[in-house]
Design a binder for this molecule. Structure first.
Ligand SMILES: C[S@@+](CC[C@H](N)C(=O)[O-])C[C@H]1O[C@@H](n2cnc3c(N)ncnc32)[C@H](O)[C@@H]1O
Length: 220
């Protein structure tokens, strides 16, 4: 048995995946951007707030495969403490919380600066019966993840503004236990982050896979 296949969770996930599939980028300010401008904003360390405000109704969820992978990784390592950068409507949060439930409990800290997204994610976690495992931190993750983290973190998901991946890693890094995993979605947008986790002296082993994910392990 896995929490992933319970009716309460599959109903919520099916709704979110349908919403993601039917969502079309139809925001003039984003549609009219050149590919270069979009790329620049995606990588920006200063203009991410403007970009994600335009995208406040966009699900932007991890792929179904990445979501299931998150569940599998958290299960296999018996994760108890998870930190997530970028909640949106909660697809990844639901999978990570399901893994914590099946591991016997834990704490998932998730960060999002769009209040309407936090409200939707909280409703989704509640409907799935997993909200008791999740601590929602509303505001810029640069601030909300700078305080009150567990002494040890088993798994870190990076899925917010790509230009901030190096900074968020810096905030959480000293809490990462030996063997902790970091999953970074769309990490290609953050060359600085890739340089960080791929530099042998930084103490990680890191591989890209599935086209858009960088998986890294904190060495002991
Ligand atoms: C790619 S989406 C996250 C998708 C989510 N992980 C899922 O699977 O459903 C990125 C989210 O991060 C939020 N975000 C981006 N930068 C942030 C920051 N600095 N602090 C808090 N939230 C941020 C955006 O508002 C957006 O909702």
């Amino acid at each position: 048995m896995t929490t992933l296949t319970t009716a309460s969770l599959t109903t919520v996930l099916d709704g979110l995946i349908d919403a993601d599939r039917s969502w079309r980028l139809d925001i003039p300010a984003v549609d009219s951007m050149s590919p270069e401008e979009r790329q620049r904003l995606m990588q920006s360390k200063t203009e991410y707030r403007e970009l994600y405000s335009l995208l406040k109704d966009a699900p932007l969820a991890v792929s179904r495969e990445t979501a299931i992978l998150l569940y599998m990784l958290a299960r296999s390592m018996r994760a108890r403490n998870v930190v997530e950068f970028g909640t949106s409507f909660g697809v990844s949060t639901l999978h990570l919380a399901a893994a914590l439930r099946d591991n016997g409990g834990g704490r998932l800290i998730t960060s999002e600066f769009e209040p309407s997204k936090i409200a939707s994610a909280r409703a989704n976690l509640t409907a799935a019966g997993l909200v008791d495992l999740v601590e929602f931190r509303e505001g810029d993750a640069l601030e909300t993840l700078a305080v009150d983290l567990p002494d040890t973190v088993d798994l870190l998901l990076l899925d917010g503004a790509k230009g901030l991946y190096p900074d968020i890693l810096e905030l959480v890094e000293r809490r990462l236990r030996p063997g902790a995993l970091i999953v970074a979605d769309n990490a290609d947008y953050s060359p600085d982050y890739l340089a960080q986790v791929r530099a042998p002296e930084r103490g990680y082993l890191s591989v890209p896979f599935a086209a858009d994910v960088e998986l890294s392990i904190r060495l002991g």
